[in-house]
Design a protein around this ligand. Structure first.
Ligand code: SF4
Length: 356
């Protein structure tokens, strides 16, 4: 108990010092928009009230870093159709079951759907239900694409099928440049897979500072401090303050596995539309496992007629509290849009942390 108190006190002391330095380095005559791409960073920002610690002109903006939020309705509606086959069992991560699409969701659509917590559980399902075609609806960024790719390095059961709805975070960062961010706090987990170097081309191209940060309040405030320093000095570089986890070239083995299984393709994002070179599709040699080919894939329009403004939130153009439905019609147990479903969604985080 004493150790806990001491630790918390030290955290507060560091946070206080960092806030003081940020105020000192601030450029008060301009608005500074810093986009924190990752849902886990947004959680730290809200839980610790970091926005309230920053000078008024520095805006920390939640970005497109929630994988459930950016999965397009088209993919969910196709997954629903596949799941309704009598001999099919569709497996996906738990949060996906509650994401609204076409007035329903995967849990309520009448299909055979099962929630998993790890992609390797799909192989157990294949063994347990040999009479079923087990379809893995695999979603997420580089962090889930890498483990999903490992599935293809074993002898796959004949009843295993795969839908790739993976998206690349680097492409998402390019697409939110229209909202005019001055700098980025890059996602730590994705950087652990892809490496610090993955952001360098982006930072050079758009002349924006990027800081790879971990997930403590000190990490986030230190990232803000380094961004201010870069802006003051007219630099636009990639800095890494998550050194224990993120290496310059990332996890080489994970990247090799992804390259062996996936090809980069143009892909639809919920709220962002089609982004060139932003998705991962199964390579042709795995066509007989590709559920999009085996069952066929239909085109659906992404329609948001509910008043949900998730698209603007994902693009960094609005805060959750600017949505009229936030906290009344839309809550974590009654989500109207995808950003309220997952613990990484900005609306869900703001609601749970009382950050409005
Ligand atoms: S509060 Fe709900 S309806 Fe509004 S943007 Fe967020 S998820 Fe969409």
């Amino acid at each position: 108990m004493i150790i806990l108190r001491k630790t918390r006190f030290q955290e507060f002391a560091d946070v206080k010092e960092l806030s003081r330095l940020i105020a000192k380095l601030n450029i008060p005559d301009r608005e500074i928009k810093i986009l924190n791409v990752c849902g886990s960073h947004e959680h730290v920002v809200c839980k610790w009230g970091l926005r309230q610690l920053l000078p008024f002109n520095i805006k920390l903006i939640p970005g497109p870093g929630c994988p459930v939020c950016v999965t397009p309705q088209e993919d969910i509606l196709n997954a629903m159709e596949i799941s309704k086959g009598r001999d099919v069992l569709l497996a996906t991560y738990g949060d996906m079951l509650r994401v609204p699409a076409g007035g329903t969701n995967l849990r309520s659509c009448g299909g055979n759907v099962v929630a998993i917590t790890s992609c390797h559980q799909v192989l157990d399902l294949c063994r347990k239900f040999p009479e079923k075609k087990v379809v893995f609806f695999s979603i997420g960024f580089e962090t889930t694409a890498a483990p999903a790719a490992t599935l293809f390095s074993v002898d796959l059961p004949s009843n295993f099928f795969f839908v790739s709805s993976h998206r690349l975070t680097t492409a998402a960062m390019e697409s939110v440049m229209e909202s005019g961010p001055d700098a980025f706090v890059a996602p730590g987990h994705v950087s652990a897979v892809m490496g610090k170097r993955v952001w360098e081309g982006f930072s050079n191209r758009y002349r924006v500072p990027v800081v790879v940060a971990g997930f403590t309040p000190e990490d986030v405030l230190l990232a803000v401090l380094l961004i201010l320093k870069q802006l003051r000095e007219g630099r636009a570089e990639v800095e890494n303050i998550y050194r224990g986890v993120v290496r310059t070239d990332g996890n080489r083995r994970a990247k090799e596995l992804m390259n062996r299984v996936f090809i980069i393709s143009d892909a639809k994002w919920r709220g962002l539309g089609v982004i060139p070179h932003s998705g991962l599709e199964l390579k042709e040699e795995y066509s007989e496992r590709n559920a999009k080919i085996v069952w066929g894939w239909k085109e659906f329009e992404d329609r948001e007629e509910t008043g949900c403004i998730c698209g603007s939130i994902i693009r960094g153009k609005a805060y959750p509290s600017q949505c009229k439905l936030f906290g009344n019609k839309c809550r974590p147990h009654t989500p109207v849009g995808p950003c309220m479903v997952s613990a990484e969604g900005a609306c869900n985080i703001w609601y749970r942390c009382g950050a409005w």
